[in-house]
Ligand binder design. Structure first.
Ligand code: SF4
Length: 244
């Protein structure tokens, strides 16, 4: 079979998937979210790209609030990549213990810091290609650092909130973060890529929560297909229970 013939079913599949998605006015969704969350930014505190890189690694499976409680003391004790690379492993583990998964996070922090010292003269690189080559740094972490510390939009940060809201808002039918990111990069204007994930994260925390989305009070509701959100049980549909 020719390459063109092989590509046809794939293109058909993609078109069919697209046609199953509801028509969405993403520009209007973004407008409403921007009005709801003016000044949206990352909740992680940092002063340098390196500090943001460290804070983002610590934020895996941990709240930003907890990370912000840990990082001031951490950066007073170990200031830059060289200090982290040469730190006593057990001391570093103890310092970040409360963020969870402290052993593997310590390994990532020290390996990443060694890479910075050995390959980048202790500086955090500002390209996706170089960032994802650092040990312990994946595409999501690289996107956070590029978008927030360097103001470079290379992609969209996809975390659990972005994953959930992208589906509910009808922006992606995928559950794989890489595919969700591709869908969002196709639909969201590039100038809004960094901001968009902050908006979804804030809306996911405040209104469109995982277990209980507050659709009745949601300003985006008229623009949202609420994909996958269970319909509220209406009084008539509730099972009849006789009270003796
Ligand atoms: S309408 Fe419901 S599902 Fe849609 S964004 Fe608002 S809370 Fe989430």
């Amino acid at each position: 079979m020719s390459t063109a013939a092989k590509a046809r079913p794939r293109a058909k599949k993609k078109a069919a998937r697209r046609s199953r998605l509801p028509r969405i006015d993403i520009a209007a969704q973004i407008r409403v979210l921007k009005r709801l969350y003016p000044g949206a930014r990352t909740a992680l505190d940092y002063q340098t790209p390196f500090q943001l890189l460290v804070a983002t690694i610590l934020s895996a499976q941990c709240t930003d609030e907890r990370v912000n409680m840990v990082t001031p003391g951490l950066f007073r004790r170990w200031r830059g990549p060289r200090d982290f690379a040469e730190a006593e492993t057990q001391e570093l583990e103890e310092a970040i213990r409360s963020t969870g998964f402290f052993r593997s996070k310590t390994k990532s922090l020290q390996a990443m810091s060694r890479d910075l010292v050995e390959k980048h003269r202790g500086e955090v690189p500002s390209s996706m290609e170089e960032l994802v080559r650092l040990r312990g740094v994946g595409r999501k972490t690289a996107n956070v650092v590029l978008g927030n510390a360097f103001g470079i939009a290379e992609g969209v940060v996809v975390d659990t909130h972005v994953t959930r809201l992208s589906k509910r808002l009808g922006l992606s039918s995928h559950s794989d973060p890489v595919k969700i990111e591709l869908d969002l990069m196709e639909k969201v204007p590039k100038r809004d890529w960094t901001l968009f994930s902050h908006l979804l994260i804030l809306h996911g925390r405040a209104v469109c929560q995982a277990r209980k989305p507050h659709c009745a009070e949601c300003a985006v509701a008229p623009l949202c297909p609420k994909t996958g959100v269970a319909a509220p049980i209406r009084a008539a549909a509730r099972p009849f229970v006789r009270v003796e």
